[in-house]
Design a protein around this ligand. Structure first.
Ligand SMILES: C/C(=C\CNc1ncnc2c1ncn2[C@@H]1O[C@H](COP(=O)(O)O)[C@@H](O)[C@H]1O)CO
Length: 283
């Protein structure tokens, strides 16, 4: 007895009728899910559920989270460089002056800072400082008193501080490294007054940049023979003696007591020797 049934053609995934036979038993293929286009991306299923870029931008929910992410920080860092380069590009000749934030007005070190600022201004050279109190304020004050250009590159600190009142062109930075770039990029040299960790950090960074020839012809003058001599002696007696630095590296810095002399030396800087330590480091 025949058990055959009438044969009904089944549709394929595209809806076309398929011939009877083996294909009739193939599993049904689901309809192709719609694709979502997002810029160059073509997305389906779970991937297509991602919100659109515009939607993300305009939807303020969760914005507080986004500003604490690294991609956002990169933009903020970039903006510090853009603002800094833009504000300082036309500054003209300038010298960066460093020194303790704790130096008090009326002291010898404060007076030294004022004199440095004034001599630089009288030579037509802008004064760049960290914009804070102490020796920074002193150098900015000297620049103003000498009728020069007084620049302060402030840094965001855990406590509210603001730029000192002698800063005429001020920029506030969140990031030390962006600020440090400005100190070097827009100055022809450094004058360093007595100071603590911040001052040492700035001094040694400058020395490394000169030593590795990341910057060339960059005089560094230390003011205050009594203050700096023990550090120089330690560098000679320990670092040079133990071969940690080359004796030639000490040529990178000059040590004086007179603010006018410091300004003269930084402006007519002894040209750096062609090679300071024999290192051939890559760019
Ligand atoms: C400690 C006090 C204020 C700190 N305020 C600063 N503002 C701006 N720049 C600063 C500040 N502190 C350090 N710096 C930078 O480091 C150098 C001085 O640091 P030091 O440790 O005092 O030697 C200076 O050149 C700045 O660039 C209290 O008032």
């Amino acid at each position: 007895m025949s058990t055959s049934q009438p044969q009904v053609p089944s549709p394929d995934a595209n809806g076309k009728a398929m011939s009877n036979g083996s294909a009739a038993s193939a599993p049904a293929v689901a309809a192709e899910p719609p694709a979502k286009h997002k810029g160059p991306l073509e997305l389906r299923r779970k991937q297509a559920a991602m919100p659109m870029s515009d939607q993300r931008l305009l939807d303020t929910r969760g914005a507080d989270h986004f500003i604490h992410t690294d991609p956002w920080r990169v933009l903020r860092i970039q903006s510090e460089f853009v603002e800094g380069f833009g504000a300082l590009a036309e500054l003209g000749p300038a010298v960066s002056v460093f020194g303790s934030a704790r130096t008090k007005p009326g002291t010898g070190y404060y007076d030294m800072g004022v004199q440095v600022g004034r001599h630089l201004a009288e030579a037509g050279v802008a004064v760049i400082t960290g914009g804070g109190p102490g020796s920074m304020e002193a150098a900015n004050r000297g620049a103003v008193e000498g009728n020069g250009v007084s620049v302060g590159l402030g840094i965001e600190l855990p406590f509210e501080q603001g730029l000192n009142r002698w800063v005429d062109l001020g920029i506030n930075f969140r990031y030390f490294f962006a600020r440090k770039t400005m100190f070097v990029k827009y100055a022809q040299g450094f004058i360093v007054l007595p100071g603590g960790l911040g001052t040492l950090d700035e001094l040694f960074e400058a020395m490394v940049l000169v030593q590795t020839r990341k910057v060339t012809s960059f005089p560094i003058v230390l003011l205050g023979v009594d203050f700096w001599s023990p550090m120089i002696e330690w560098i000679k007696g320990t670092l040079v003696a133990e071969g940690m630095v080359s004796a030639k590296d000490l040529d990178l810095i000059q040590l004086v007591d007179d603010p006018a002399d410091a300004v003269h030396r930084v402006l007519h800087g002894i040209p750096r020797p062609p090679s300071t330590n024999g290192d051939q480091r890559p760019e």
